[in-house]
Design a binder for this molecule. Sequence first.
Ligand code: B12
Length: 230
Amino acid sequence: MDQLAPREELLARLHESILDTEPEAAAEAAQAAIDGGVDAMEAIRTASDAITKVGDLFECGDLYLPSLMLAGEAMKRSMAILSQHISAEQASQKKGKVVVGAVSGDIHDIGKNLVATMLSVHGYEVIDVGVNVPPMEIIDAAQRERAKFIALSALMTTSMPYQRDVLDLLREMGVRDRFYVVVGGGPVTPEYARAIGADGWGLSAVSAVKVCDRLLEANSTPAQSTFVQE
Ligand code: B12
């Protein structure tokens, strides 16, 4: 019988498959990591590290759009496998539920998925409602799931106003104080986030985790909490 590949080798294979933008290889590497006894959380951290590097390469023009999209798919395929293997103990460390979605009119999901992954790796239970989600559907999901946070992604100036609509609707419904609302995405600035009455704004997926952590630590009522930006 073949000897099991060492842990480092399995993790390196996963990392490489995402950097090489190969969805099929990423799914296989994720399964191999699990079969080889690698902790799912550790593998998720490795995959997140790889997709963050891919994002950096894209930002500085060293990677083109089709590759970015393939890398996003590779991340998705590996996460589908790895997330099934998070242990009960790890799952019980959850800090609370976060409804994550891209608002109406916006189908960009690479950054949103990265935010969802980073939050999930850092102990949040993520309910990803997908892309192009109308404000009321996002609020319905948050109420149904008894979420603590709503994280809204918008990549276009034309979709940003729907972040405001979510907040307006929460206020109209008298439930604004039930959820911390965190916003982000390319054109969304901290000034805009403050103006629409969000609780926090984050520049990146890593920032999204920091913002949620800081809001939890502050433990104040949503909408009355100090605005957090990272
Ligand atoms: C990839 C891409 C696409 C892909 C999307 C694939 C997919 N599955 O997502 C495709 C080709 C389908 C596409 C389509 C379109 N796109 Co496009 N697209 C991009 C592109 C090149 C990269 C976006 C991306 O994935 N970046 C990489 C990820 C990792 O970064 P990110 O999304 O910014 O996310 C990070 C942060 O913003 C932050 N973040 C994101 N969400 C959140 C949420 C929270 C809560 C927090 C805290 C943080 C956070 O964390 C993320 C990770 O660090 C951008 C240009 C750009 N440089 O941004 C244009 C861009 C966003 N697209 C644009 C446009 C106009 C379109 C189209 C309308 C084009 C067209 N005419 O058909 C369509 C339709 C889109 C629609 N209806 O939604 C414009 C938007 C312009 C504007 N300001 O309004 C951009 C800026 C390009 C441009 N310069 O013109 N697009």
